[in-house]
Design a protein around this ligand. Structure first.
Ligand code: ZN
Length: 439
């Protein structure tokens, strides 16, 4: 799954130390054309003038409750998380941004920019250099500097504890301390939250990085596989919510018992929400496109659950005609919400890698392409129904408001600017697309 050239595959181990990371970065820089782009971005950015020094006691922790819906953080289902939210700065109108999938959302959090700038629009894309549909799980897929690298350049230390193999892959050796998810649950490709939190606590206690970025994957994985979801029972899902809430509680307890709470900022959010489809509410676009004389044999689909990305692979001179045809045909398919041309839909900002047409499912539906059995899982995201996310700031640092609800529309891209503001490390050339949520 991971193409990182420096991937040690040491089970569950931390990789430590500045030297090792610099070595890793050199390896990335020699990894091809995309790596050179990283190098250019790195050298072209000015250092922030008033950055926090390495001696600062300030700490920031980003906890991603993967696939958690805002309504699930309730005193009954998730008491610890709910209390954390109510004691901090809550953004009830927060959203994920297109495409509402795990990898692009985490990249938006750490880069603070939309996919047309970061280069990461979806989980699954057509790689036109190989003609293959693949996951965006390579370190060189991120084409901008993230807040992780920005902090490192300012002498601060960072850590990533990411439960999913493809997140471990795409964030690569960027952080000072990096945990490889283990043990991995077969099929799901993620580490259970208990293991992920164990690693988080150990990283904080042993290395105390200024920033730790954590992905807890259980809620999402139970959402995908929970067959009781559409029936309203959601038993497995609720068990996962309760279990993840315990892990959030363990983290808060460590911060308080170790004296870190007073100097800490927590950003707690989800990367996207979750929507459940009934078994018969399945959208299969391949036969629709293959039946058309212009499109047959010249369209590749990257299935992203609630969003299908359509790529024209025929004569480039026919692109406009093909886009018009793809939109017209797919819009008429039951379960399709809309078919967009990203070139004329500024809100998408998915960039050239995101496909020539983006087709969204309605709530309660999912895509299954290229085959009818390609996507058997009932829980999906990527479509507008899965945009609302929990998002709140917590922690005992004096800059974190207490018990405040904001009417502003926060989003995943606000995480990096919030962290940059907290540590005083500046913005990328062209500025952030998001904004700091600290008052
Ligand atoms: Zn996710």
């Amino acid at each position: 799954m991971c193409d990182s050239p420096r991937d040690s595959r040491a089970s569950g181990a931390f990789e430590r130390g500045r030297h090792e990371i610099r070595t890793g970065r050199r390896t990335l820089l020699t990894a091809g054309a995309a790596g050179i782009a990283i190098s250019t971005a790195t050298s072209g950015l000015p250092r922030a003038a008033a950055a926090a020094s390495a001696g600062t006691r300030r700490r920031a922790y980003v906890l991603v409750l993967d696939g958690c819906r805002p309504d699930e953080i309730s005193p009954t289902l998730m008491p610890r998380t709910s209390a954390l939210r109510d004691g901090g700065l809550h953004h009830p109108r927060a959203t994920s941004l297109p495409v509402m999938e795990t990898i692009p959302s985490h990249v938006m959090m750490m880069s603070g920019v939309r996919p047309d700038r970061s280069g990461v629009p979806a989980n699954s894309i057509l790689d036109r250099t190989t003609g293959e549909v693949r996951d965006m799980d390579r370190p060189e897929d991120i084409r901008v500097r993230t807040i992780i690298e920005r902090l490192n350049r300012n002498g601060l230390t960072t850590g990533t504890v990411l439960s999913k193999e493809y997140l471990y892959g795409i964030f690569g050796g960027r952080a000072t301390h990096r945990w490889e998810p283990a043990p991995i649950v077969p099929v799901s490709g993620h580490a259970p939250d208990a293991s992920t939190m164990e690693a988080t606590l150990a990283m904080v206690e042993e290395h105390d990085p200024h920033l730790v970025f954590v992905n807890l994957g259980d809620i999402d994985r139970m959402g995908h596989s929970d067959l009781t979801g559409p029936l309203g029972v959601r038993a497995a899902r609720q068990a996962a919510l309760a279990a993840t809430d315990l892990q959030v509680g363990r983290f808060v307890d460590l911060l308080k018992s170790s004296g870190r709470w007073q100097t800490s900022l927590l950003v707690v959010l989800a990367d996207h929400s979750m929507d459940w489809s009934l078994p018969h509410q399945l959208i299969h676009l391949t036969p629709v496109l293959e039946a058309d004389p212009l499109l047959a044999g010249h369209v590749t689909i990257a299935d992203n659950g609630g969003a299908d990305l359509l790529y024209w692979t025929g004569d480039p001179a026919l692109l406009d005609a093909a886009v018009t045809r793809m939109r017209a045909l797919t819009s008429a398919v039951p379960g399709v919400l809309a078919a967009h041309d990203p070139r004329v839909t500024p809100a998408l900002r998915t960039g050239p890698l995101g496909g020539d047409v983006i087709v969204y499912a309605r709530a309660g539906w999912r895509f299954s392409d290229p085959d009818q059995w390609s996507n058997p899982i009932p829980g999906n995201h990527g479509h507008p129904a899965t945009m609302p996310i929990p998002f709140f700031l917590a922690g005992g640092h004096r800059r974190v408001p207490r018990g405040v609800t904001s009417s502003r529309r926060a989003a995943t891209i606000d995480v990096a600017p919030t962290l940059a503001d907290f540590f005083g490390v500046g913005a990328p050339r062209g500025g952030y697309d998001g904004r700091s949520r600290l008052p």
